[in-house]
Design a protein around this ligand. Structure first.
Ligand SMILES: NC(=O)c1ccc[n+]([C@@H]2O[C@H](COP(=O)([O-])OP(=O)(O)OC[C@H]3O[C@@H](n4cnc5c(N)ncnc54)[C@H](O)[C@@H]3O)[C@@H](O)[C@H]2O)c1
Length: 255
């Protein structure tokens, strides 16, 4: 996990998975540009991890241009990794989604990842890594209020695989970390303990993930330990994708 002398940009660094990722990279020895829309959060995490704060809106081209212009200046043009954490659901159903909220959903999940790949990877001149935070909702069909979010995450996963193919000749790896249910600040605010216990009962490893669980996987994929891994979607979901062991019929057990 030795990242001494390496420079990273983390988009959505202010709290939860992004904040834990900044600390994981910094503990590995990397210098991190901590990007967030919220000035207080960007400054706090940058101060704690001895990184550099950058306030920008990743949902606009101008915002992402500002981020990589800052990275180029601060790191003397030498960038080694990009981590894009931002992804927020609009929470509308098939019946209530309008054109604007559908577009907004894709802007908040896929649009900034596209911009980061287009504007950020030219700075990875000595090869490097891009890790996008997806979701297991991008692997499984999800209706109801997750319909647009799941569709956008599926597009994000495919963008990562396609970009991995295109950028491999330049030594640039592109991977996705796909969390299952995770105890991030936003979800902790919105749900009581009964919710977390009920969900844990459906997860083979008996608990939801923590932001640190997700950050550890991001650190691995960003590091030289993953030097031969590109184009993967790594599930970090306590085994939810394999499902629970269920009792089976006696006749089947005997065979
Ligand atoms: N919590 C879960 O159960 C779960 C499950 C699957 C996937 N995920 C994914 O994890 C990621 C979210 O992690 P989190 O809950 O720790 O993050 P979060 O939603 O708290 O956001 C992280 C940071 O991004 C910043 N941000 C929001 N909009 C921004 C913008 N336009 N420009 C710049 N910064 C902006 C916020 O201020 C915040 O500090 C998302 O991609 C989400 O889809 C979470």
């Amino acid at each position: 996990m030795q990242l001494t002398g390496q420079n990273f940009v983390v988009l959505g660094a202010g709290q939860g998975i992004g904040e834990n990722t900044v600390h994981a990279l910094a503990q590995g020895g990397a210098r991190v540009l901590c990007v967030d829309l919220d000035e207080g959060r960007a400054s706090a995490v940058a101060k704690a991890a001895r990184g550099i704060a950058c306030v920008a809106d990743i949902s606009t081209r101008a915002g992402v241009e500002k981020i990589f212009a800052t990275a180029k200046r601060e790191f003397d043009g030498r960038l080694d990794g990009i981590v894009d954490v931002v992804g927020i659901g609009v929470g509308k159903t098939l019946n209530t989604l309008d054109d604007q909220s559908w577009q907004h959903q894709f802007d908040m999940v896929v649009g900034h990842a596209f911009l980061a790949l287009q504007l950020g990877t030219p700075l990875l001149a000595r090869g490097g890594s891009v890790v996008l935070v997806g979701s297991m909702a991008g692997e499984w069909p999800r209706g109801g209020t997750l319909l647009a979010y799941a569709s956008a995450k599926a597009a994000l996963h495919h963008l990562a695989r396609s970009a991995a193919q295109e950028l491999a000749p330049q030594g640039i790896r592109v991977n996705v970390v796909a969390p299952g249910l995770t105890r991030t600040p936003r979800l902790l605010d919105a749900n009581d303990e009964a919710f977390w216990q009920a969900q844990a009962a459906e997860i083979p490893l008996s608990r939801a993930g923590t932001p640190a669980d997700i950050a550890n996987a991001i650190l691995f994929l960003s590091s030289p330990m993953a030097a031969h891994i590109t184009g993967v979607v790594l599930a970090v979901d306590g085994g939810a994708n394999i499902g629970m062991l269920r009792p089976i019929a006696k006749s089947a057990r005997a065979s």
